[in-house]
Design a protein around this ligand. Structure first.
Ligand SMILES: [Ca+2]
Ligand SMILES: [Ca+2]
Length: 185
């Protein structure tokens, strides 16, 4: 179960998102010490309830998943993303519906680098965020706070080298994510 969600008309296909994430968590009830990029340990999440897990996920990192309006387990899950292959420092990522993806601190580095761009998949109406945990969903402490910036793409009215321009909307969403739930319970 996700810890925080964005829903409604704030999401649309062709939009991209960036994230600014702060906070620290612990997956075993200790003083929260792990930042949004995780703690350097990695694991794989299995697929549950129609939502694809993911491989190469940092323990205690911030993750997301896009959903449409349908119940996820009513359709076949997609293939899991493998962040051991994709890496964590990508400049952009285009996750599909129902594919859990790594967000971390939203920067190409850890606490440094440039904003990573996440493309909203076709049909997405919901974005859920949560921490990856490591084991046992009931013993987590701390929180992440994510500010989500949406960027709408518009097609230029005449052909040009820059057919797609990006416009930053004024809309900024702030969501709290708590470590009380996880995707691998
Ligand atoms: Ca835990
Ligand atoms: Ca990062």
């Amino acid at each position: 179960m996700p810890a925080a969600s964005l829903t409604g008309p704030v999401l649309s296909s062709g939009m991209s998102l960036t994230f600014a994430v702060t906070g620290r968590v612990s997956d075993f009830g200790a003083t929260p010490g792990d930042p949004p990029d995780g703690n350097g340990n990695f694991f794989s999440m299995s697929t549950h309830n129609g939502i694809a897990g993911a491989a190469g996920i940092p323990q205690n990192s911030l993750l997301g998943v896009f959903l449409d309006d349908t119940e996820p387990d009513f359709s076949t899950p997609p293939s899991p993303l493998d962040f051991g292959v994709l890496g964590l420092n990508f400049t952009s990522l285009a996750p599909g519906l129902k594919q859990i993806f790594f967000i971390g601190d939203g920067l190409t580095g850890s606490g440094t680098g440039i904003d990573q761009t996440f493309f909203v998949p076709m049909g997405a109406t919901r974005l859920s965020l949560g921490a990856s945990d490591g084991f046992q969903w009931s013993n987590n402490t701390g929180s992440f706070s994510a500010t989500v910036n949406s960027i709408a793409s518009t097609t230029a009215s005449e052909p040009s080298m820059a057919a797609i321009s990006m416009i930053v909307l004024a809309t900024i969403f702030t969501v709290e994510t708590r470590k009380e739930t996880s995707h691998n319970a």
